[in-house]
Design a protein around this ligand. Sequence first.
Ligand SMILES: [Zn+2]
Length: 763
Amino acid sequence: MDTASDNNMPSSESINRYLEGKLNRTLPQESSDSLDAPISAAEIQRIVTRLKGGKCPGPDGLPAEYYKSYSDVLTPHMESLFASLRDGDKLHPHTLSATISVLKKPGKDDADVRNYRPISLLNTDLKILAKIMATRLAPLLPAFIHADQVGFIPGREARDATTRVLSAIGLAKRTHTGLLLLSTDAEKAFDRVSWRFLFSVLARLGVGGYFLSWLEALYTNPTARVKANGALSETFRVRNGTRQGCPLSPLLFALSLEPLLESIRLNPSIAGIQGHTSEHKVSAYADDLLFLLSSLATSLPAVVQTLEEYGTLAAYCINRAKSEFLGISLDHSSISYLRRSYSFRYCPDRMRYLGVWLASSTRLLHDLNFLAILLSFRTDMAAWTGGLLSWFGRIAVLKMNLMPRLLYLFNALAITIPLSFFTALRSELLKFVWPRGCPRVGFAVLCRPKASGGLALPDPRKYYLACHLARVVEWSGIGRERRWLDLERALTDRPLWTLPWLPPPRPTAQRADPDPMSATLHIWHTRKISLGLSSSRSPLLPLSHNPELLSGILPSLRARMTDSDRLQAIDLPPGGNLELSPRSIQLGPLSYLEQFNFYQLKSYLRSLNCSFSLSRPLLPFERLCQAGHPLTRGISTLYGMIMSTDTEAPSFEARWERELGFSISPDQWSKTYTLVHKGSSATRIQETSFKLLSFWYKTPSLLHSIYPSTPSECWRCAQDTGTLSHIWWSCPRIKGFWCEVQDAICQVTDVKLPHTPECFLLF
Ligand SMILES: [Zn+2]
């Protein structure tokens, strides 16, 4: 590489010596081949169609839209370009140039240059190549990157890290283990990664030569210009760092971090917190590292030394003054020792981590995160209420700006949230949608899907339930390793997958706090029946690992019913006839011991007195748990499942039927709802349609019944009582208008519509 001439760079030999023993897995040949395969036209086109439009282009000024519109013409050229890179050609310097824009980090001092985040604006063709490489590399990462690292790895999310810390805090408090949470701030980590280190890591993993040559093409002599306040700097050469804004860079960063994390895991001087089967020492989300440390006198110096050793080789630098620590069950003397000996910032009761506040109790977690977001909603909504937003606009603000922030918290912090929070939230939201006067449409109607007469506003409480239910499904999961499962398992005496299907365990004297496991379990047991998710006993009742079945199950008997080590009621042979089940016959006649054990099992099942519940077909939620594979779009699926339990029609349906004097079929209603939202692309017309549909407008007769001093007559003709059907349909002053509409439609489309109010107002 070009940077070889730099004298202060560590040599490849010292890097390789360091990597020895820290990266033991290599890519299987077929994965390495798939990374190296020539880039096909189809692959390029797949990426081009997925490019996001509306983005700032790189220095060549060609935006994604250009590549999308002319993809047929451009694809063959890109194909031959990428093929030539594979043969060692270099990219044109102009292709490799980038404009660096700086964004200020919110809430930080704007006079300090370190508080600006540089974002590289790359040329789109470069991005296409990087995206193709990222798409090839990403699926291989979970096998290489330990579950401690969750950022940007397919199938892992930030909440895997946050939930894990909550359980660790709860566990430390319950076992009275002094635990230090140390969150380190790496100085511009993405931009500093040493290329030599990165290439050594990739080579060690067995990444193929062609993939590396593409990577070299991307990283050889790139140049950049900084754009600040509209002015461009001189061009300069970039010598290290993965580029922020490049889709490949977080994946490369994750790979280059893995040796550090492995050396922490392997270091016997560093003590973490013991889970059910393994020790937990560190959690990583991109460059956000969180250490979970006990035995501080030895652990902390070892961590600092490990970081320094890695730092000199990989050009990774920790900013100590910006790194923070929070003590859990730590005594005063340890804390004052830490403050004396290390320059890390001390957080007395709270610490910011991945967008949430960590604290040492459920109550504090609730106040710092959820009460705080309620307050910030109040301020934000006050800023939005300027009279400039339409009614639909307000709902869009809730959906796009406020709700995602709240939903992230529900996801990240699996704690119990009191009902009072949701009541307060709901009244805030309604006050924002209707700043003057009372709500004209119920909150439940607003939250219904659009196809069922609502406006698809996320219902916070149901979303919160869905987040907990997703965890119930994950407890049953097989395969994907999530580190928090191991810590939650340490908080209970039985396997997590059995918990939902057994009666709730008796509360023990020493409860953990926070305790995501118990929070989820409590919500599950109080909601499973009302939400139609399961019954009090289910076919998924565990027969192995079941504390109610005192005799236990012989492994040889279990093998007659299932392959897995989990035996459940659903695995019982039909009619309880083990003698007739083909699986059991294959294994030969039952031994006396097995026979006796089977009788014990049967007598236990009889004692439960619920043979129907145990043999009924599985409900949809139970099927998800039984399938055991990770849910794609899990929380939306579960949210939809909860929403579908609300089968009550919006009250305005019955009101319309009373007004019109006949009943309207559900089919017709759903057509009406489609028409309301899709009949016109103009928001104003959609809004008026919905307002008419939902009896938003108050008629004179209604106003008269509330305020007797106001006249009840129609304000147009002043002859008849102003009921809804008069105002919108039968008033003599408006009749002519509807006739004109009818004629106009007839002239344009040759369709003679029936002259009825339902046809013109609803259908
Ligand atoms: Zn009238």
